[in-house]
Structures are given as structure tokens and as C-alpha cells.
Design a protein. Sequence first.
Length: 306
Amino acid sequence: MKKILVAGGAGFLGSHLCKSLLADGHHVTCMDNLYTGRMINIDGLFGSNFEFKCVDIAEQPKLGWYDEVYNLACPASPPAYQKDPIKTFWTSIMGTKHCIHSGSKVFLASTSEVYGDPVVHPQPETYFGNVNTVGIRSCYDEGKRAAETIMMDFHRQYNISIKIARIFNTYGPNMSASDGRVVSNFIMQCLYGEPITIYGDGQQTRSFCYVDDLIRGFKLLMDSDSSLVTPVNLGNPGEFTMLELAVLVKELTGSKSEIVFKPLPSDDPTQRKPDISKAERLLGWKPTVELREGLMKSIEYFRRFV
């Protein structure tokens, strides 16, 4: 049994990770300030091997000792991280620093947003990105880029054991219905019979990974050889346009919602698709849940809130 801390453990990804680690027989401490995390996500986890601490990782320098620390503590949807951009950036920087100072093996949940609006497609880990340092999304993008830098520098200077995952668009149960991400937006709009809002012409693309596949990748990366310290892409390389996604969600929900088009937000990437050859080669990982199957599971979850 390992003693494991999951920072941001009441969030969408964190709650699934806590559940999976508990199923593996570990003792799990979930730390979350509930800024975007929700108690409903972890209500069924409480027991002798699970504890919850309502703590802000950016303000809490002394974490205690753990075998492993997963740092997932940062808002990930644009409305959430743009609500308080300074807090978002600070959480990425100081939260990562505090996790490293625990002296444990540390996992950073980074993001495909570090690639910006990519001109290389699909995106390999060797691509440095096409980024805007002063845009409305930069608090999140640049915060994660800086967090990766901190991780690597602490590893080089103090030999801290680290793992860095670059997460591509992920969806599934425990997402907040109002978090502003495209999958939850489309599903809820269809379930309520509201217009499905597509920003731009709908031809921008994303790759959608079901949460169970991603969590499996997290654990494989954390358990990988100590020599693997550079970032690893985790995502589903299946690529879909926003219009294709909207049509599929409409079909699966049986909705009569009309599709409407609105102006594209600033800095919204035109395409995003992971090159996962590194994860396949070094972790033996690739996603197995097809988009249709994952969406059906997600729709079933969201129907409970309608």
C-alpha cells in the first residue's frame, strides 16, 4: 500500500484518480480548495483509506510526506481559469513548487495548451508550440509551461523524481455541467433543448479522450522507469471537428436542438491532436474507448442533472 496525495482530488480528473487508486488498495489523501472541485465527486469514496483536506495547494507549503503526489490542482476550463487569471497562474506555479517540496515522487498534470495554436500537426512532445504570452488564455497556458519548467529544474538541480503528463481534451462523468467545456456544453444544451452553440465555422478540431483511458495513462506514467522525466502526451488521437461533435451529441441525445454559430473567441486553437507514439512506446498505453461509447456514458451521467 502506498500513501498518495492527490492535489485537486475533488475535481473532474482528480476524483476519478482517487477512486482508481483506492481500488488499487492505496491510502489516498484528497486535497482541494473546492474552487472548481465538488464534494459530490468524492462523496462515495470516504472510508478508512481515504481522507479529504480542504486546503489550497498554492497557499499550503507543508504537505507532509507521501510516497507519491499527483498535482492536478488548477482550473482547467476557460470560464473557470479566466475568472481569476492571477489565481490560476499562481496556482500552477506555487502549487507545483509546494508539491515538489514534499520530497515525494511528483506527477504534474500539464496540458496540450502548452502547444498554443499549433502549426505542427499532430503535436509531438518535441514541439515547442505557437503560443501567445499575453492573451486571455495565457494565465493557464503559461502557468502550465512554467510549472513544467519548475519540475524539470528541480529534477536537474536536486534529483527530484518527477513525471509530466500533457493532457489533451478529456471528458466523462464528474465533469461539471456548467464548466464551459465543449463536451459538457453540447450535451447540456441538447438535454435542455437549447441551441447548440458552435464558435467559429465549426471546422476547428479537437481530440477527445475518455476519462478512464486518461487515468490509466496517469498511473502507467507514474509507475514508469525513473529515467522518464520529460513530458508525455496523453490523449486520444482521433480527431473531430466541432460540427461533427455537435451532430453526434445531437444524435445520441435524440435532441431537436438547432445548431447556431457564434464568433470564435480570442486565441482559440484551430486544431489539436496528440502524437502519442511516446506513450505507446514507453508506457504501452493507448486509448481504447471510442468517442461514441464515451459520449453515451457521459450523457447518461448528465441526464441526472436535468
